[in-house]
Ligand binder design. Structure first.
Ligand SMILES: Cc1ncc(COP(=O)(O)O)c(C=O)c1O
Length: 368
């Protein structure tokens, strides 16, 4: 008989100084994004001899790091992002947490970090969300609020030398959030990065690796300097194929209603929202295609009217229409208003997440 894999056991130590009910209500009334954090967090440690151990919910607080902690030097760090939603009956649900858990494991493999079993990943999230359930904002149709969950893992061993760390820390924190873009569902302006690339073949683009985001910041600075909200990256080899934005996947809606998204090449992050939109669009009767999309096809398609809408998608900003694409010396006007297909997909996704539509694909996971 084969032994069942050992489940990680989590202890619970409650905070002695939680945020007051009144202060929490103020924070939830206007949460912003990533500004406030709940009363607790989860931590666990991994070593080669003991595997994952010392797991538990504990009061949210500072981590004390030795200056020689490996992550500060060699950036061996990955993370995830998903949300918990409150439904109108008060219940709390996460959306496809196993997909995030599986991606976390893939990212860990790529960064030579230990995998956290998907079941333990989900248990950690369930425990934190149940402990801090009062921090999941109330459901409303107009305000898109939720509890953003940030699992992450980093090399916590104290040593200098380039090799995979022999001590690793898993941590999970949570932050009540409103819309990612303060402008709401207005078309955003995108900067086309022609100088910098995000990911190269054989690199780390398909992993949610902290360094990918650090490497994208200079392009994000360029974007901001040109009045843009996000950066669009092209492939590293031909500088011709559209990959994704700094933190979102891209979709093109054609005039015949068909929908195209750049195929996964190993340099694009496999978004959970991207996968969900592929399914929802097909449910709504759209022809959906994953294939390479050239920057010329984008420019010419918008110019001729063949491409009717362009949108970006991701957990944080859900589905966001693109208004303009700017580059050094040029600009493409896409839209002034969110397009109808973009909005119908956005609504379809939010309706499942907030329990307003039937969850026919079994994407929701009940937490409380
Ligand atoms: C680079 C990148 N692409 C795409 C996404 C969208 O992924 P998801 O839909 O899983 O949030 C994210 C966000 O996690 C991201 O960081």
């Amino acid at each position: 008989m084969v032994d069942a894999p050992r489940r990680l056991e989590f202890s619970t130590t409650l905070s002695q100084s939680p945020v007051t009910t009144r202060r929490r209500a103020e924070m939830l009334a206007d949460p912003g994004f990533g500004r406030w954090f709940t009363d607790h967090m989860v931590t666990a440690t991994w070593t080669p001899d003991d595997g994952w151990h010392d797991a538990g919910v504990r009061p949210y607080g500072q981590l004390s790091l030795d200056p020689a902690t490996a992550v500060l030097h060699y950036a061996q760090a990955i993370f995830e992002g998903l949300k918990a939603y409150r439904h109108s009956d008060g219940s709390i649900w996460t959306f496809r947490p196993a997909a995030n858990g599986a991606r976390f494991a893939r990212s860990a493999r790529r960064l030579a970090l230990p995998e956290l079993p998907v079941d333990d990943f989900i248990v950690a999230i369930d425990l934190l969300v149940r402990t801090d359930a009062a921090w999941v904002p109330p459901a409303t149709r107009v305000r898109e609020t939720s509890l953003y969950l940030r699992p992450f893992m980093f090399a916590s061993e104290v040593f200098l030398g380039v090799r995979p760390a022999k001590e690793v820390m898993f941590c999970l924190i949570a932050s009540p959030v409103g819309p990612y873009f303060t402008s709401g569902v207005e078309p955003v302006h995108i900067w086309l990065s022609e100088k910098y690339v995000r990911a190269a073949p054989g690199g780390t683009g398909a992993a949610k690796f902290a360094g990918n985001y650090a490497a994208s910041l200079i392009a994000q600075q360029e974007a901001s300097a040109h009045g843009c909200d996000q950066v669009c990256f092209l492939d590293a080899v031909e500088r011709r194929w559209v990959e994704e934005l700094g933190g979102m996947n891209l979709y093109f809606v054609h005039s015949d209603g068909s929908i195209v998204t750049p195929e996964l090449t190993g340099t694009i992050l496999e978004g959970v929202t991207r996968a969900s939109i592929l399914q929802l669009a097909s449910d709504l009767g759209h022809k959906v295609e994953e294939r390479r999309v050239g920057i010329d096809e984008w420019r010419e398609g918008v110019g001729s009217g063949e491409i009717a809408e362009v949108f970006a998608c991701g957990t944080a900003a859900v589905v966001t229409p693109l208004g303009r694409l700017l580059w050094d010396g040029g600009e493409l006007h896409i839209a002034d208003e969110p397009g109808p297909v973009t909005m119908s997909l956005r609504t379809a996704l939010l309706d499942v997440q907030y329990g307003r539509a039937e969850d026919i694909h079994g994407w929701l996971h009940r937490v409380a």
